[in-house]
Structures are given as structure tokens and as C-alpha cells.
Design a protein around this ligand. Structure first.
Ligand code: TMP
Length: 225
């Protein structure tokens, strides 16, 4: 085998497996988790090996942190809340995302780095630079390749969810700020974040998501070879 062929084969083997990371974001009541499930089923039907993780959660510690954050009894300072979301993320990255990164074709994340910027940063006023810094320490190079931002008016979104956790119970004005934050993040990261208004039927939205992800996966394939 010539040196050139060997080099190219090695290169293909080396770069073959790095899962395509997709994150789903949005305020309450956008149907994000349903869309994650439908997308994973679609990609699996296409023969891809897909993992789906939710945030905060998935790891044992992450699920415990989720209970504290969403249903805990004691008060939390804003900084403590922020650090707990970031701690759950660091755990998810170390325990689930990094070990699966070279094994799976696609990793779908039901919320990820943008959620803390939108909720604790834009929504509650925690320093965005601080969140960005800890976000980067928590996820390293496991950054999303593509982000689907589902957008809905907060009043409608809130009317579609149970409203029984600490964050869902917050005032409408908070959720409006979170939405504005997400829209701002979408403008700043227009290449990565694709905005989809939640105005139509679940299946119509899912078709749009599939088109976006198919395009991204094809573009990535072209870039590789
Ligand atoms: P969900 O996964 O059912 O949407 O619930 C997670 C809740 O936690 C949701 O209200 C958004 C909120 N959240 C934050 O406030 N900051 C974060 O960094 C993350 C990941 C979620």
C-alpha cells in the first residue's frame, strides 16, 4: 500500500467518528422533547446510531441536581442555581457525551449551553461572560454543531405546560426575557442556531427540522471527503 493511500485511510479512520451534536432549545411549552424524540426516530430509521440526553439530567447526579433545581424545597440564590445547571452539564459531558462522541453518529441534547445563557443570563441577569466561561469549561470541545430553537409566544407556551416546577412558575415577564435572550443568541450565532416558529402542527415542524438536519449532515459529509 502506498504511503499516500495509507495516509488517506488513516485520515478517514481518524475523522470518521465524531458524533454530530444537535441541541434543542426554547422556552416552556414549545414541544421540544417531542421533537427530539421524533428526530431521533427519523435518524434511526435512516440507519444512524443516535443517543438522546436531556438537561439537566440523564446522569445519576444530573437527575438529582434536576430535582433540586426544579422541585427542591429550599431557596437557591441565582448564582447557586446557575452553578447547579452548569454542574449538571459538566457531569453530562464527562459521563455521557464525551464517552459516546466517537461511538455514535448523532447526539441529540434536549437543552444545552444556550439554556443557561437564556434563562439565568438574559432571564435573571447573571453575568453572561461568567456563564460563557463556565460553559466552556464544562463542555470543552463537545459544542453543538447545530441548534434547533423552537420559538413560541411565552403566554401560549406557558398555557401548554403543567406549570408545576420552580421555573415554569416564574412570572410571564421572566419568560419574555428568556425568549428575547434566545432570539438574541440566534442572531449572534446565525450559522449554528436555526429558528423555527411553533405555529404549525407537530409533524410540519418535524419535517422542517428533518430538512435542516439532513442539509447539515450532507454538508458535513461533503466537507469530510
Ligand atoms: P425541561 O427539560 O423539562 O424543559 O426543564 C428544564 C427546566 O430548566 C426548564 O424550565 C428550563 C430550565 N433550565 C434553566 O433554567 N437553565 C439551564 O441551563 C437548563 C439546561 C434548563
Amino acid at each position: 500500500m502506498s504511503g499516500d493511500i495509507c495516509y488517506n485511510l488513516n485520515r478517514i479512520i481518524m475523522i470518521k467518528k465524531r458524533a454530530f451534536i444537535i441541541s434543542f432549545e426554547g422556552i416552556e411549552g414549545t414541544g421540544k422533547s417531542t421533537q427530539c424524540r421524533l428526530l431521533s426516530a427519523y435518524l434511526r430509521r435512516r440507519g444512524l446510531d443516535v443517543a438522546v440526553f436531556r438537561e439537566p439530567g440523564t446522569s445519576v447526579a444530573g437527575e438529582q441536581i434536576r430535582r433540586i433545581l426544579l422541585h427542591g424545597k429550599g431557596k437557591l440564590t441565582l448564582l447557586a442555581e446557575t452553578l447547579l445547571f452548569l454542574a449538571a452539564r459538566a457531569q453530562l459531558k464527562a459521563e455521557k457525551i464525551a464517552p459516546q462522541l466517537r461511538k455514535r453518529d448523532v447526539i441529540i441534547l434536549d437543552r444545552y449551553i444556550d439554556a443557561t445563557l437564556a434563562y439565568q443570563g438574559y432571564g435573571s441577569g447573571v453575568d453572561l461572560a461568567l456563564i460563557k466561561e463556565i460553559n466552556s469549561a464544562a463542555v470543552g470541545d463537545c459544542v453543538p454543531d447545530s441548534t434547533i430553537l423552537l420559538d413560541i409566544a411565552p403566554k401560549i407556551g406557558l398555557s401548554r405546560c403543567a406549570g408545576n416546577d420552580r421555573i415554569e412558575k416564574r412570572k410571564l415577564s421572566f419568560h419574555k426575557k428568556v425568549r428575547k435572550g434566545y432570539l438574541c443568541l440566534a442572531r449572534e450565532n446565525a450559522k449554528r442556531i436555526k429558528l423555527i416558529p411553533v405555529k404549525s402542527d407537530i409533524n410540519v415542524i418535524q419535517t422542517k427540522i428533518q430538512e435542516i438536519i439532513d442539509n447539515e449532515l450532507n454538508r458535513r459529509k461533503r466537507q469530510r471527503f
